[in-house]
Design a binder for this molecule. Sequence first.
Ligand code: NAP
Length: 250
Amino acid sequence: MRINEAVALVTGANRGIGRALVTEFLSRGAPRVHAAARDPRTLEPLVAEAPDRIVPLALDITDPAAVTAAAEAASDVTLLVNNAGRHAMGHLLDMDLADVEAVMRTNWLGTLRVLRAFAPVVERNGGGAVANLISIGAFGGTPAMGPYPASKAALALLTQAVRRDLAPRGITVHGVFPGPVETDMLRYATGHLRDVDGIPVASAADAARAITDGIEAGDEEIFPDPFAREIREGLRADAKAVERLLVSME
Ligand SMILES: NC(=O)c1ccc[n+]([C@@H]2O[C@H](COP(=O)([O-])OP(=O)(O)OC[C@H]3O[C@@H](n4cnc5c(N)ncnc54)[C@H](OP(=O)(O)O)[C@@H]3O)[C@@H](O)[C@H]2O)c1
């Protein structure tokens, strides 16, 4: 995948890692980037940076009609980045089930829905790539993070399954496993956790650069920041120790 030849679509592009990915793709010469967001008005500052190459798109990934319409509107996509995601802190045994459902519906089912709509689009355009934003949270069930780790573990396995199915259709599938990246989501999550001191936090721009490097290199798994790479080494050495570390976070 060469970014300077790719027509990308990034979900949740109005802020955080999604927004940084749009900027990174443009800086590497992507001819066009479809920037998708639930509320397209929130994309205005980003679109103003390169109105000739950024195409704003309304897309709530939990809305089947919106996903179908997006796949019709963005029919030139060759690189799909499933970045949109949702968090809900709380403990699974007593938090509001509506929050649990919303996280699973967004991070897992929503991502699958977008994939199903866009795989034929990418295939018709001669093949390309899909990158799914997962999380190192997929490697251990941090109790205070409610459904989030489970939603990301489910997404990691979805990623493996569709990688196999999409390979013969000329589409590579990348799983991205970030550690802490400075965004609204991290501020929300760490506001609820006590023992996060000493863990390195990456900027969204640095994470976006590393994710893009991984996509261009064809890496199946991308660990885009220092803490994520520590976790990768930990998984190689002792996966049980990684699980214990993540489960012990409060
Ligand atoms: N930041 C981290 O430390 C970290 C670590 C590991 C993984 N990740 C993953 O990286 C991705 C980006 O995270 P971030 O930190 O940039 O989060 P963020 O700042 O909270 O941004 C989340 C984005 O997802 C969008 N979104 C949420 N629900 C959506 C829906 N139903 N349809 C469409 N868009 C939706 C949000 O749109 P609105 O503005 O409309 O809410 C927003 O654009 C997520 O998948 C996250 O789980 C983040």
